[in-house]
Design a protein around this ligand. Sequence first.
Ligand SMILES: [Zn+2]
Length: 325
Amino acid sequence: MTHIYSWQNKQRQMIWNSISANYIPSAILLSGERGIGLTDFAIYIAKIVSCSKVKNSSPCDDCRECNSFNSGINHDLLLLGGDDEPISILDVREMINKIYYTPTSGNYRFVVIDCIEQLNSSSMNALLKTLEEPSKHVIFILISYHRTLMPATIKSRVKEIYFPTPPPSEVKKFLMERGLTENIVNIYSYIAKYRPLEAIELYKDKKMEKFEQFIEMFLSAVVNNRQLLKSSDIKSYDTLEWLDFLELILSDIVRLHMHILDSASRNKKYFDTISKLKSILNIEKILVSLGRISELYFTNKILNIKSNKQIMIDDITIRLLYKTN
Ligand SMILES: [Zn+2]
């Protein structure tokens, strides 16, 4: 089956218009957040281009080409990346060697590079050379989750399709259609920052229980004015998770200050906790801490420079809880 989501209809129409006009770009860049279905959309492009019996701008899911994609054995689809491991120059060279083979069934071979930012500079250069001399039977589909990190030389050679994060109402509808209750949907769409597929993953991982434990621990540290959280408090959270959870709580306190957080959007117990934290924590310090969290997130997640967890947490909690008078 082709997973195209309701929030991707506009982009689907763009691709379909292009195909109908007999113009298929040799390199397409899909950009947006993780967890909104960009990998699925890349496969959709390969399928719609290859399908021999397209119906209403959708692949038929019945022909030989569609079946080969659905069963994961399409020999004209080359997938690179998709996890957090860097893509090596050897991976890129191997891929480049393969693209010059003649397509086994349709007219094209497809190269999907999931998270183009994982390419180091020599891999990026090798890719650039290939993009500069496009082969008429190869379509590159690059996926970027941090488009500002992409070299301008690559960007100038691709047709970019941007995917905004879907509106909260659409995310909630998507999750409720999968049988989740309203209460669960509210909190998971928030924890996932309104990325629907991420929300489903977090739900499967029972992330809410961990988040609730985190809030309890954090509230207790704030109420007892423990300027530094102890290492026993934090050992069950990894660095990015700790940053994520704290950012969610602090952002909600800011929303409460701005009168744009209502109790209906969160469960009652959580809303009460946020209200309590709002009465204790200083808003200026919260804003400074949120800025610091963004910086740490960037160095740890994007630049992959790992902070010492305890020092990082001390650094933020000092900013947040240190009393100046
Ligand atoms: Zn088909």
